[in-house]
Design a protein around this ligand. Structure first.
Ligand SMILES: Nc1nc2c(ncn2[C@@H]2O[C@H](COP(=O)(O)OP(=O)(O)OP(=O)(O)O)[C@@H](O)[C@H]2O)c(=O)[nH]1
Ligand SMILES: [Mg+2]
Length: 347
């Protein structure tokens, strides 16, 4: 096998090749997992663990990234620009952006045919997939436990034009086999969804391996956060699956146009309103409100679209913008306080 062929099995493609200086002796490698102070990589020369220090510790590497390593494979020299990146605003860290996975071809948005199923959350994941350049597929597990599993699939099928939905028992190899089409050689698939929905179970069934899984709580069917780190798993078909820990919070960051892809039905209606800056509330000639009146658009869907738009705007403020707003706010408080002081002094 040539070096190119070996790299292609890891997901290498022209997008990355074009970023490499042909005269350099550094070689490409893919990040398989990220740990405190070190990363596991795979390259045509096999697997290695590389310590991060100095400049390489500041690259913000995430699972799925492509990097260049030096000849002795002891140092990361550069991170190649990914073709797509999943990221989120991390909870409880003052809004830092955390990379979840890079260079993902297909996203399995995993939910269960039970109380986990939530259309607003699915729309959020769809926007994230569109933004990261990954093809989304909604996978609904635990079909074996639901009374009317088809209802979940029908609801999911309406969330975005042309959306693909698979309903299955994640433990059943015959049923899970429908997902194999997305997992061919060199393809990268990430699984996102709440804890306990069966992400690791799907990987186990597809690969015949043994990721840790554990039963959900009896009372509310919530998971126990069994998977705690992100890593890439090679499937017998040659595809790569990225397992992720169930996430409590996945806020949108800078997905902008991707929201219009998910809500393209509303975006298309909005384009036909009489006024180009129509707010779709009470303007005459509003095609969105007309669609709600004649029952062709669910008002809840419009509300969810709006909510995600404003969340995205809020989260996409750059740190600089936030600081300057905070500064402005600080000035405002100061001037109010000094006015107050003057007022007091005048009395
Ligand atoms: N009956 C049934 N049980 C399932 C199905 N999918 C997953 N389970 C069970 O649900 C539990 C949780 O599955 P996991 O695969 O650990 O869930 P996870 O999404 O990886 O959860 P975290 O790692 O915590 O994010 C396990 O006991 C699985 O056996 C399914 O389709 N049917
Ligand atoms: Mg898991």
């Amino acid at each position: 096998m040539s070096i190119e062929e070996a790299l292609a099995t890891l997901g290498w493609r022209q997008h990355f090749q074009s970023q490499v200086d042909p005269d350099s002796t550094d070689t490409p490698a893919r990040v398989m997992s990220v740990h405190r102070g070190r990363v596991e990589i795979a390259s045509e020369a096999g697997r290695a663990s590389i310590e991060l220090h100095g400049q390489s510790a500041t690259l913000g590497l995430t699972v799925g990234d492509w990097v260049l390593v030096d000849e002795s494979r002891s140092q990361i020299m550069a991170r190649l620009q990914p073709f797509g990146l999943f990221q989120r605003r991390a909870a409880g860290t003052g809004g830092d952006i955390q990379a979840i996975a890079a260079n993902v071809d297909t996203l399995f948005i995993v939910t269960s045919a039970n109380r986990d199923f939530n259309v607003a959350r699915l729309e959020r994941y769809l926007a994230i997939a569109h933004d990261a350049g990954a093809f989304p597929l909604i996978v609904i597990t635990k079909s074996d436990l639901a009374e009317s599993p088809q209802e979940f699939a029908a609801t999911a099928g309406k969330l975005s034009p042309g959306i693909l939905v698979e309903l299955l028992d994640a433990r059943n190899a015959d049923q899970v086999a429908v997902l194999r089409a997305w997992c061919g050689e060199g393809q990268t698939v990430a699984l996102l969804g709440s804890s306990g929905v069966g992400k690791s179970t799907i990987i186990n069934t597809l690969s015949g391996s043994e990721q840790d899984t554990s039963a959900t709580r009896e009372d509310d069917q919530r998971g126990r956060h069994t998977t705690t780190s992100r890593s890439m798993h090679l499937l017998p078909d040659g595809g790569w699956l990225i397992d992720t820990p169930g996430m409590r919070e996945l806020q949108l960051v800078d997905v902008g146009a991707a929201l219009d892809d998910v809500f393209s039905d509303i975006a298309a209606l909005a384009g036909q309103c009489r006024f180009t800056d129509c707010s779709h509330e009470s303007e005459p000639g509003c095609v969105v409100q007309a669609a709600i009146s004649d029952d062709t658009l669910d008002p809840d869907r419009l509300r969810r679209y709006r909510k995600l738009q404003s969340e995205d705007r809020r989260n996409s403020e750059s740190i600089a913008e936030r600081r300057s707003r905070d500064k402005g706010f600080g000035k405002l408080i100061k001037s109010v306080l000094s006015e107050k002081q003057k007022y007091k002094g005048g009395n």
